[in-house]
Design a protein around this ligand. Structure first.
Ligand SMILES: [Zn+2]
Ligand SMILES: [Zn+2]
Length: 645
């Protein structure tokens, strides 16, 4: 009997009979795995568990906890949706129905039939009913002719158009219950595991994304193996809506956009500016302690600067175009990167190996063109400020510099309450070394040292081959926010190219000229993006040291406004930020308003407080902290008011 050699993720391998199915491999490993298995990766491709494996293969069995498992689960849910829709609306035509990051959608042509929330609920109910029948997803190879005949009979122009673009011999159908779809798969074994279903919304979508085509209905949904998981997801969606930085940015008066100023160009309002400046102060201090030197460079640079750096060739066409001056020989570019300017600072005088490392830091505002459809709040903008720095060092200093930057990044995360983070080490593609610039030995060494640096700092990392830029390996940080969503934040990037292009040098201990290594790094990434993530992470409840307004002084009645003003003045002397609510309003109303604007401390003042020089302290989200002397209040919470260190 012939056999296939199956290699498992741990590197071990076993022989199985030719034509073994994923589900059988799962069973041979454990009953539990077989019960939870949803799909299988075979040589990098996701397959059905019921598909025969006819050659040696590396495999990985996916459950709900894997992306590949969810992918098959949601793809199968899209088919279940279509089956239910067709049962309720015979004659409905189908476009495409893929799985997405969270759930799936299906583009459908319902003609003029109205379709809203009520209809979504009815389809949801039908889906649950059909799921319970636990019908199997059956894969079948069909000839192009058979496929055309099937969908001609069904009169589905969209599927026919899709088939038209497929080669004969590559076409497969999937069937569950009475529903047949043109599909490459993969699918879960049967509909039974789909236990919780929510159809989320209906949107319009042109067939094949072309506005000349018919507008179809795009119906979004999500499914889970357990009801509880669906409930958690829906709660998360609600919470994400409440925390949306665009919504909170407006409510808390942090930033705004104006069409007159231009799309994607944020305007920082006074409160947002305080927040931003506080973050800058925090970073500046941490950087000075870590041996960085601040520099300042202009917002534009001559086109030649970016021709030298290579940015012009690479991005010139798709970005803001050169700025002309009355002198026709001159052309400038809005700064898309700070690095070239910093290279020129390095070059102002000769450097020796003893001078290195040199670390230049700048809150550098850069401008990059993004298509208007890509713009999104503060996370995708056309002008933003990087907490940028460039480290010029010797090859033997790469590791220690990485360790220092990792420490700085982790300090930032800790100070701002990001407890959940990982990092990705992006390495060369070992099969394709020729496409990378820089000496082979330098790469080998840097890749090893980046990993060592991360390990020494206890950073959880995944190494990904082929993800490095052509000019150097890098380390990217991912944080999980309070809702469990992942964001890419800071990055540390080695660069062997720019120092060559700018002919940077230092004199080594051997008295010879050498090229320094350049490291780009930005722990926040950009202030705009970081603040967006921070707003959504803390729901606008900033740590006290960062809050635009740290205290609200609330007189019980107008009689105590004068004492309230005195309290505010004293606190301002101590660099504490806040305001006096001297409106003629009931105290309950003043407290509610202060809660809504998320001010961390409320200081209530009335008869007793005014007479004894005290304040009654309430903390946002925590409530009453008691009546205390003003100086005691400052002393008790002084750590909260100060920059973290
Ligand atoms: Zn499909
Ligand atoms: Zn840079």
């Amino acid at each position: 009997m012939s056999v296939v050699k199956i290699t498992l993720p741990d590197g071990s391998s076993r022989d199985y009979p030719l034509g073994v199915k994923g589900i059988e491999i799962a069973q041979s490993i454990s009953e539990g795995l077989a019960r939870n298995a949803l799909s299988i990766e075979v040589n990098g491709e996701i397959w059905d568990l019921s598909r025969a494996i006819n050659a040696d293969a590396s495999i990985k069995i996916f459950t709900w906890n894997d992306k590949g498992g969810k992918y098959a689960f949601w793809h199968s849910s899209a088919h279940l949706f279509a089956e239910a829709l067709e049962a309720l609306y015979p004659g409905v035509k189908f476009g495409i129905g893929p799985p997405i990051d969270n759930g799936f959608y299906y583009d459908v042509d319902l003609g003029e039939t109205p379709f809203g929330d009520e209809e979504l609920l009815a389809v949801e109910k039908k889906m649950l009913e059909l799921a319970r029948t636990n019908s199997q997803f059956v894969r079948r190879d069909v000839s192009k002719q058979e496929a055309v005949e099937y969908f001609t009979k069904k009169a589905d122009p969209y599927k026919l158009e899709l088939i038209d673009g497929l080669a004969d011999g590559s076409i497969t159908f999937y069937q569950q219950g009475n529903f047949v779809d043109l599909c490459r798969g993969p699918h879960i074994p049967s509909t039974g595991p789909i236990k919780a279903i929510k159809l989320l919304s209906v949107a319009g979508a042109y067939w094949r994304g072309n506005e000349k085509n018919k507008m179809l209905k795009r119906i979004y949904g999500i499914t889970f193996p357990k009801q509880k998981e669906l409930e958690e997801y829906l709660y998360m969606l609600e919470e994400a809506k409440k925390r949306d930085h665009r919504k909170l940015g407006k409510e808390l008066e942090l930033f705004a956009f104006s069409e007159k100023v231009g799309m994607g160009l944020p305007l920082w309002l006074p409160k947002g500016t305080i927040l931003r400046e506080r973050l800058e102060q925090f970073m500046r201090r941490a950087q000075i302690r870590a041996g960085y030197e601040p520099v300042v460079t202009p917002h534009i640079g001559s086109k030649q600067l970016y021709v030298t750096s290579g940015h012009y060739e690479k991005y010139g066409k798709d970005s803001f175009q050169p700025i002309k001056t009355p002198d026709e020989s001159e052309e400038f570019l809005l700064k898309p990167m700070n690095c070239p300017h910093h290279c020129e600072i390095y070059k102002v005088k000769p450097r020796s190996y003893k001078d290195l490392p040199i670390r230049y830091a700048e809150f550098g505002t850069v401008y990059r063109y993004e298509q208007s459809g890509e713009l999104h709040g503060l996370t995708r903008v056309r002008g933003f400020t990087q907490d940028d720095a460039h480290i010029f060092c010797r090859p033997d200093q790469v590791k220690s510099e990485f360790i220092k930057v990792i420490d700085l990044v982790l300090f930032v995360f800790k100070s701002l309450g990001f407890e959940n983070y990982t990092a990705q080490v992006s390495l060369r593609d070992p099969e394709n070394k020729a496409k990378y610039i820089g000496e082979d030995e330098l790469w080998d060494r840097a890749e090893l040292e980046i990993q060592e640096a991360a390990d020494e700092r206890g950073l959880k990392t995944v190494a990904v081959k082929g993800e490095a830029a052509f000019y150097g390996p890098k380390l990217d940080f991912m944080v999980k926010d309070a809702l469990g969503r992942s964001w890419q934040l800071g990055t540390i990037q080695v660069d062997y190219q720019l120092p060559q292009r700018f002919e940077l040098e230092y004199i080594g201990s051997d008295n010879q000229k050498h090229t320094p290594v350049m490291i780009h790094r930005a722990p926040f990434g950009s202030l705009e993006r970081f603040i967006a993530v921070l707003i959504e992470h803390c729901a606008g409840n900033f740590p006290v040291w960062l809050a635009p307004e740290q205290i609200a002084v609330l007189p019980i009645s107008e009689r105590f406004n004068e004492y309230g003003q005195k309290v505010l003045d004293i606190l301002k002397e101590r660099d504490i930020r806040g305001f006096l609510d001297d409106r003629n309003e009931k105290i309950g109303r003043k407290i509610r308003d202060a809660e809504v604007s998320k001010v961390p401390f409320m200081l209530l003042v009335g008869e007793k407080e005014a007479f004894e020089d005290k304040v009654a302290v309430r903390k946002h989200g925590e409530g009453d902290k008691g009546v205390m002397d003003l100086s005691d209040f400052v002393a008790t919470f002084s750590k909260d008011f100060a920059l973290p260190s």
